[in-house]
Design a protein around this ligand. Structure first.
Ligand code: SF4
Length: 308
């Protein structure tokens, strides 16, 4: 198989099952720089939508991949930045649908939901997963650190407008961080907000991988339990995930391709290598430790690897 630039995985997603990722956005291109981002701080902050990679190149990669296997549950448009910044998102989804009947999910920060072109593109997907990290402008700015012109109210109004007409499913995600947006009062405010947004599910999350900023702390289990009850949500913590997988023949290249979009813990890498019947697993960790392009971060006693 030729080298895959925009396709990765399938990765185990606790919400989506085995998820084949398509990233139409270059590394860390985003209109937010969230304090909890598992990819680190945003290095290319922009709010300009562009065709970062030609649609036909992505489709040709997917078509090549599908000749090999379709052993995954869903295609997720996600990745190294905010996918709605991809200008031809509508065409990309249309062309993916010509190749496969698997559901298409889009994981978005929701920043551009007031843009009718973005709404139109998202309306072609089967599941849209917008994140909501604040219930007012102040928390929104503190957590998401959005591009200068973006406004909390525009985003929420856009989300409500879109959700009212969308035929697929809306799965909201709320990322809770201790001392920032996870108190009882915060959750009560989130409840008032999401009451206005038509949705099918609410996932409650807390940063389980190394966040962009050291001061970010996970929410307590009491806070998560209260949020689950009050928001009628599902705690992502409680969902199990499967194994990582890559079609890339060389195991080291496979790890790099995965951690470019999705940081992996030492245990996830071990299990990936074991599933590929690699014998000298320690040598991969030595190589990762000496690779100048790889960050290894000790977060809560577990080493997590991500591409710089
Ligand atoms: S978490 Fe998502 S929206 Fe936030 S900075 Fe990272 S890529 Fe952008």
């Amino acid at each position: 198989m030729k080298k895959l630039n925009c396709i990765f995985g399938p990765i185990p997603s606790r919400r989506l099952g085995r998820s084949l990722g398509i990233s139409p956005i270059p590394k860390k291109v985003c209109n937010y720089s969230c304090i909890y981002c598992q990819l680190g701080r945003t290095t290319q902050m922009t709010n300009t939508r562009k065709e970062f990679f030609p649609v036909d190149d992505i489709i040709s990669e997917l078509s090549e991949y599908l000749k090999y296997t379709d052993d995954f549950d869903v295609i997720s448009i996600v990745g190294e930045g905010e996918p709605t910044l991809y200008l031809n998102l509508d065409l990309l989804i249309e062309k993916i649908k010509l190749l496969t009947n698997k559901p298409i999910a889009i994981i978005t920060n929701g920043a551009l939901l007031s843009d009718l072109y973005v709404q139109n593109a998202l309306s072609k997907a089967d599941i849209v997963l917008p994140s909501i990290d604040g219930y007012n402008e102040e928390i929104y700015k503190k957590v998401d650190r959005p591009y200068g012109t973006l406004k909390f109210n525009d985003e929420i109004d856009g989300l409500i407008e879109f959700a009212k007409k969308f035929k697929g499913e809306i799965w909201l995600e709320i990322m809770l961080m201790k001392g920032i947006n996870s108190s009882k009062k915060d959750i009560d405010e989130f409840a008032k907000l999401i009451e206005k947004i038509p949705h099918d599910r609410v996932y409650i999350n807390t940063p389980v991988r190394p966040p962009a900023e050291n001061f970010v702390e996970v929410a307590t289990s009491d806070e998560i339990n209260y949020a689950v009850e009050k928001l009628n949500g599902i705690s992502i913590d409680k969902l199990t995930s499967g194994s990582f997988f890559s079609e890339i023949p060389d195991s080291y290249d496979a790890i790099l391709n995965l951690i470019k979009r999705h940081p992996m813990t030492q245990f996830e890498i071990q299990s990936l290598l074991a599933s590929r019947r690699e014998e000298n697993i320690d040598s991969f960790f030595t190589k990762l430790a000496n690779d100048n392009n790889v960050n290894s971060i000790n977060y809560k006693g577990i080493i997590t690897y991500r591409l710089k």
